[in-house]
Design a protein around this ligand. Structure first.
Ligand code: ATP
Ligand code: MG
Length: 193
């Protein structure tokens, strides 16, 4: 399987679709958000640094993030393809990912962009705040994260377009989770056919 980069705004469902893809195709999964939250929980030095940024809805600095990513990538089982969930989030991160993979003789594979309207995103994140109690899922921090997404991350979609690997899965209405998963699988299968 080709590597897959899952791209989208906070609350767009990157984690949900990554899990579904991982189960169906047996790929590896790297969620940078989950990696950082685990470090915070364990109270590591990295966790302490990360917490300050996450609580403010800001991104962790690129250089730090790129080093973490390379380390986690090298621990993945070889040959099955990896789902990148929440990385890259800036153009320097994307450039670094491309280079890091090339050095290992690997490719980025495909990017899947999840497009969801902002009112649905907000509704989902506020619900997740109740269900999972994530500290950064409060309305003030969510607004900051949207802002960071629009200014720093969204421009990256064009970068992937130029790389020729951008695939958009978009829903303006409210299709079921199952329907949305089926559409994501379809895009993956067309690409790997
Ligand atoms: P989703 O709801 O789709 O899972 P999200 O944006 O709400 O996405 P995470 O991807 O878990 O949540 O990220 C949470 C926080 O972790 C970000 O707001 C940011 O502070 C930090 N973070 C995660 N990935 C990166 C990255 N690639 N670069 C910089 N900071 C990151
Ligand atoms: Mg996530």
């Amino acid at each position: 399987m080709k590597n897959i980069i899952i791209f989208g705004a906070p609350g767009s469902g990157k984690g949900t679709y990554s899990e579904a893809i991982m189960e169906k195709y047996g790929m590896g999964h790297i969620s940078t958000g989950d990696v950082l939250r685990a470090e915070i929980k364990q109270g590591t030095q990295l966790g302490k640094i990360a917490q300050g940024y996450i609580d403010q809805g800001q991104l962790i600095p690129d250089e730090l993030m790129v080093n973490i990513l390379a380390k986690v990538y090298d621990e993945m089982p070889a040959g099955k393809g990896v789902i990148f969930d929440g990385f890259p989030r800036t153009i320097p991160q994307a450039e670094a990912l491309k280079k890091m993979l090339a050095e290992r003789g690997h490719e980025m594979g495909m990017m899947i962009e999840l497009v969801v309207t902002e009112d649905i995103l907000l509704m989902r994140l506020l619900r997740r705040a109740i269900e999972q109690g994530r500290a950064d899922d409060n309305e003030e921090t969510i607004r900051k994260r949207f802002n960071v997404y629009h200014t720093q991350t969204a421009p990256l979609a064009e970068w992937f377009e130029k790389e020729g690997i951008r695939h958009i899965v978009s829903w303006e209405e409210h299709p079921s989770k199952e329907e949305m998963i089926a559409r994501v699988f379809q895009v993956i299968e067309e690409e790997n056919a």
